[in-house]
Design a protein around this ligand. Structure first.
Ligand SMILES: [Zn+2]
Length: 308
């Protein structure tokens, strides 16, 4: 049950990394270590208190803390005070002697360092999950179909990682974005590649020097109508009766983002427009359909009646 920080009964989104997987669970206020293990165990049986230890990323210190019962209470209190929705966890096999398996270890969770490798986009715009979004911006060389696809990916990335950005330049040929927090070094410059017309990240610094000053509110400045349209489009295609009030609840449950009704309504309109095209385009499709029925089913009677 997620009813906001004002109530005693609210949940955090737990994002737990284990080996090469990432598992998302709900962590209610008051949860115990055993309950967290049980929730994770339902997602991945290898995560259990016999075989693994759980660490959490302390947001104010950027360090991983091994959890015991007391720490779970402190972790929830801390996230509640800071109004942070996402608790980042890491499950470490007990027999793993790697350097991360220590009581306090620094690790970057979601902030990825630039690389020189070339990556093609496969998540971020195609998969609607925080799991995919927090990894969808990877670094220098990552390619996108065009600037529009990069913008969608960028919005998903910041919604997933509870950050925000400002456009310093926003053109179809090149985009420069910086962190919304003043003096932070996080930035991405992406531009069009003349050779193959693709769009790619040319320079970036994906480390936030603003620290863990994540967004404190449950709304998000980049969760605008076009973002909502992209999130709901596939379900709306399958279920044309999908209503804005249900979308609003689904988005809050799945992504931890609170939205205003009018924004969701506008997002649905945009998605409908993308799915069905303009009124004129839909009308032309009807005429095409009538013609096709007559051509392929001889003897059929088809009449297109147009009202006001
Ligand atoms: Zn920053």
């Amino acid at each position: 049950m997620e009813v906001g920080f004002g109530s005693a009964i609210f949940s955090f989104l737990g994002s737990c990394r284990y080996v090469n997987g990432l598992y998302l669970i709900s962590i209610p206020n008051g949860a115990t270590l055993l309950e967290i293990f049980q929730s994770l165990g339902r997602k991945c049986t290898a995560i259990n208190s016999e075989l693994t230890i759980l660490q959490y990323m302390a947001p104010h210190e950027h360090i991983a803390v091994t959890l015991n019962e007391d720490d779970v209470r402190n972790m929830i209190n801390l996230h509640s005070c800071l109004k942070l929705n996402i608790i980042k966890l890491i499950a470490v096999p007990k027999d793993d002697q790697s350097p991360v398996n220590i009581n306090v270890a620094r690790f970057d969770f979601g902030d990825e360092v630039c690389s020189d490798g070339v990556h093609d986009l496969d998540v971020g715009t195609l998969t609607n999950s925080i799991d995919a979004w927090i990894h969808c911006i990877r670094g220098v060389g990552q390619k996108f179909k065009d600037a529009a696809e990069f913008r969608i990916c960028l919005k998903n990335y910041v919604v997933g990682s509870r950050r925000s950005f400002i456009y310093r330049r926003n053109e179809s040929g090149n985009i420069l974005v910086v962190c919304s927090k003043e003096n932070c070094q996080w930035k991405i410059y992406a531009s069009k590649h003349k050779a193959d017309n693709s769009f790619g990240i040319r320079k970036c610094n994906l480390i936030h020097s603003c620290g863990d000053d994540n967004l404190r509110s449950r709304s998000h400045p980049k969760a605008d109508s076009s973002w909502i349209a992209n999130v709901v489009k596939e379900k709306l295609r399958r279920e044309p009766s999908y209503r804005p009030c249900t979308m609003l609840k689904d988005i809050e449950r799945d992504y931890g983002v609170e939205l205003e009704y009018h924004k969701v309504w506008a997002g649905k309109e945009m998605a409908m427009h993308d799915i069905h095209g303009t009124d004129k385009g839909s009308y032309d499709k009807l005429r095409w359909y009538c013609h096709a029925v007559k051509e392929t089913n001889s003897g059929s009677f088809v009449e297109l009646v147009v009202g006001n």
